[in-house]
Design a protein around this ligand. Structure first.
Ligand SMILES: [Zn+2]
Length: 338
């Protein structure tokens, strides 16, 4: 140890610096121990730096791997976002489509209601016309529903359909569809119209049966009421009207009905009787021929017999009677058509 100490203290190291040829050389002398310590220190620092570099490289490689993983994660996340955006877009398209179809459904329903409304108006006019023509008093059905749904139709007519707020749209559709509103309206209307049609049918049937068709052609030679009987000379009720023409003139049914008698009946001679229903009956007396049989249905204006002078008759004529609920009434109060 002492020898090593001596060695270091005796030996010196000279550091020379030669700037260039013109300047003088600079030189410093160091104790070998100091030089050795400096050299070792530098070596140690170098080793430290080397270790540091190696460690940093390893760390960098590790970070690179982590970075790659994060990049892949990022790409996957971006893909997810893109796919979510696509889904969102398709949902949004779907909503637009649904909106459009809701609007078209609403429009469709409103159009149908509008048509029903127009049909209602048309039927009311027809019924009024029918009533005026026939002295009837039929009433066209009015649906309570039209007034309730009308505001929806007004809303729909304003502006661009797609700018419709969803709430307004849905509530308008709901109000139309809720609690089977539409089917209720339709079934109400259908019932009301069925009732009207059946009333019209019975009214038309009544008008067909009512014996108001003038039953033959000729001249009225005797009217309804009290008169002096041409055979007895006594005042008696003449139950019908007499229409005179030539023998064989056609006699027609005054209204639709069923033949209830066709044959000989005392002073009436050949007589044919029709039951028209609704309390009406007609009789056609003194006929030459009877052209229908009992039980046959005849329409108003059908030929049923021909004019003659059978039975107790002063000349060729048709004795025409109308009975209402069993009593003879003045045919001229009923007969309007000739
Ligand atoms: Zn008569």
């Amino acid at each position: 140890m002492q020898r090593l100490k001596d060695y270091f203290s005796k030996n010196k190291v000279t550091l020379m610096v030669i700037p260039n040829a013109e300047k003088s050389i600079k030189q410093w002398k160091f104790n070998l121990a100091i030089a050795f310590i400096v050299l070792i220190t530098l070596t140690l620092v170098n080793i430290g730096l080397l270790i540091n570099t190696v460690t940093a490289k390893a760390e960098s490689a590790h970070l690179n791997v982590a970075n790659d993983a994060l990049s892949q994660d990022l790409v996957r996340t971006q893909d997810k976002i893109t796919s979510l955006e696509n889904i969102n877009q398709s949902k949004s398209d779907e909503i637009d489509h649904l909106k459009a179809s809701l609007i078209s459904s609403t429009d469709f329903l409103e159009e149908r209601l509008e048509e029903m409304d127009q049909a209602q108006t048309y039927i009311t006019q027809l019924v009024d016309l029918f009533n005026a023509e026939t002295n009837s008093s039929l009433v066209a059905p009015v649906s309570r529903s039209f007034s309730r749904t009308a505001p929806v139709a007004v809303d729909a007519s304003t502006g661009d359909s797609l700018s419709y707020s969803e709430d307004a749209l849905i509530s308008s559709v709901e109000s139309l569809v809720s609690s089977d509103e539409i089917s209720n309206i339709l079934s109400e209307q259908s019932e009301a119209y069925t009732e009207l049609v059946s009333k019209l049918e019975s009214q038309i049937s009544y008008l067909e049966c009512r014996p108001d068709f003038f039953p033959t052609s000729g001249t009225i030679t005797s009217t309804f009421g009290y008169r002096k009987d041409p055979f007895t000379g006594q005042t008696a009720l003449h139950n019908g009207i007499d229409i005179s023409s030539t023998s064989g003139t056609n006699i027609y049914a005054a209204g639709t009905g069923v033949i209830t008698f066709a044959g000989w009946s005392g002073s009436f001679g050949n007589v044919i009787v029709i039951d028209h229903g609704y309390g009406y009956e007609t009789a056609y007396a003194h006929c030459k021929t009877l052209d229908r049989e009992v039980g046959e249905t005849v329409q108003k204006g059908d030929q049923i017999a021909t004019m003659g002078s059978t039975g107790r008759a002063t000349g060729t004529h048709l004795h025409f009677e109308i009975r209402y609920n069993g009593s003879a009434i003045n045919p001229l109060n009923i007969v309007t058509q000739k």
